[in-house]
Write a protein that binds this ligand. Structure first.
Ligand SMILES: [Zn+2]
Ligand SMILES: [Zn+2]
Length: 455
């Protein structure tokens, strides 16, 4: 094979066509732009698929394809190798496309605090500005977006709701399909069946946005503080690239980073704050309970600490369901075994569990009373009447933001607005204190705004 044909065989597609399709030059649509996948700017490299700029993720080697030294990106190598000799095809959007836009068919009513936030989001959409929407868990964030998305659709814009977490994509998809029944919606995550074919609404993981360039006029990122978006800077580049140059990016979170909190408090960024839940009841506040070296108790005697057992019993007696958060997977089966002595309706989930969706469904419809889980379920899952326990809440994985999110699982439903949250610990951590403080502050603000009912 001569050099030219070898290179031509490695053209990757940015959008419209399957991403990793190898194409012949004559098949490339005329509206496309061809760019070099890994580019060198003076002395530093950048990958134009995943946005990586961390130099230690670039490697150079002699490349058989182009018969010279090539540099490739290790950050996104699992998706196929991107080198300095790989060409990436980026499609421009054809806006003349006539299609079905549909519209909002939601008949719910926004609470005054939701309405205020909704107007802010609408303002941002109309003025093509960015916004941070800081709303407590259970404030009804999704509903605050509906009107603004409807406005965007009527203006012929393309809308994307992206989130770092697959679970959240699936939850959001259901709600948007109900609210916008006549609008074509693409649901994209690793392994999903949908393809992007110009649907007006896209619900996607942040990673999937690598397939898009300058497409979405309104880009909403839900759970901006969640992993890996909070850690992986290159994903911020990916998000910026997916949005049109003029457009609006809305960031949603219940637990902004310390940096974002500072920027907001100093009015350095546009933000809207919703400290109150839609049902006008304050957020349940966690209690702390010391249980000593509980790992030893479990390993030695196959038993849970007595205060935790007592608490579980009392909640089960009241017919509530229980989220029991644990810090590590390794103790999962031991905890499950111990809880099963109280009720057989017990199960556990973790991120590698192939049955996790089924187990969450069983929990939701009452077939499971106690769900033992790692932090994977810290957000996104809403169960009507559930109480929360965190075992080992002082361990490293339970950060301020994780603990606020976990606490946010309680008392979300209007019929069960209060809830119990117990942090079982072996020494109170800084993060536990900060989480409790944040919840109390939000309640305080909610009362001041008149958005919460006095007891
Ligand atoms: Zn090469
Ligand atoms: Zn890369």
């Amino acid at each position: 094979m001569n050099q030219e044909t070898a290179q031509n065989k490695y053209l990757y597609v940015g959008r419209k066509l399957p991403y990793h399709q190898i194409m012949n030059p004559q098949e490339i649509p005329s509206t496309s732009k061809i760019i070099q996948a890994v580019q060198k700017n003076k002395v530093t490299y950048q990958c134009f698929r995943c946005g990586n700029r961390e130099q230690n993720y670039f490697c150079s080697h002699f490349c058989a394809r182009c018969s010279s030294m090539c540099t490739y990106c290790r950050k996104c190598i699992v998706m196929g190798k991107m080198t300095t000799c790989t060409k990436l095809i980026v499609n421009e959007l054809d806006m003349k496309k006539e299609d079905q836009r549909g519209g909002l068919e939601w008949d719910g009513k926004l609470s005054p605090q939701q309405k205020e936030a909704s107007l802010k989001v609408m303002e941002a959409v109309k003025g093509n500005t960015d916004l941070l929407l800081w709303a407590v868990c259970g404030a009804g964030k999704t509903e605050m977006l509906f009107e603004a998305i409807d406005v965007a659709l009527q203006e012929g814009k393309f809308v994307c709701i992206a989130t770092p977490r697959v679970d959240v994509v699936i939850e959001l998809a259901k709600r948007f399909q109900t609210a916008f029944p006549k609008t074509p919606i693409a649901i994209l995550y690793g392994g999903s069946e949908d393809k992007w074919e110009g649907q007006r609404i896209t619900i996607s993981t942040v990673h999937q946005l690598m397939n898009f360039r300058r497409i979405f006029h309104l880009l909403i990122i839900d759970e901006v503080d969640a992993f890996p978006y909070n850690i992986e800077e290159h994903l911020h580049w990916v998000v910026d690239e997916a949005r049109t140059k003029t457009g609006s990016t809305i960031q949603l979170t219940a637990t902004p980073s310390t940096k974002q909190q500072h920027l907001a408090h100093r009015d350095k960024i546009e933000y809207a704050m919703v400290p109150a839940r839609y049902h006008r009841q304050p957020l349940p506040v966690p209690d702390f309970q010391w249980i000593g070296n509980w790992r030893k108790t479990i390993q030695k005697n196959n038993k849970l600490p007595a205060p935790l057992m007592k608490w579980l019993q009392s909640i089960l007696k009241a017919n509530s369901s229980i989220f029991l958060f644990i810090p590590t997977i390794d103790i999962s089966s031991a905890v499950e075994e111990a809880v099963k002595k109280l009720t057989v309706k017990t199960t556990s989930v973790h991120s590698q569990d192939p049955l996790r969706h089924e187990k969450v469904s069983a929990f939701r419809n009452g077939d499971v009373s106690v769900l033992i889980t790692t932090t994977i379920l810290e957000r996104g899952v809403t169960i009507k009447n559930s109480q929360i326990a965190v075992l080992g809440s002082d361990e490293e994985i339970f950060t301020e933001s994780a603990l606020v999110q976990i606490s946010g699982r309680a008392g979300r439903h209007i019929d069960y607005p209060s809830g119990e949250i117990m942090f079982f610990h072996n020494g109170i951590s800084e993060e536990m204190v900060r989480a409790k403080k944040q919840i109390l502050q939000m309640n305080q603000l909610g009362f001041e705004k008149g958005w919460l009912d006095k007891k």
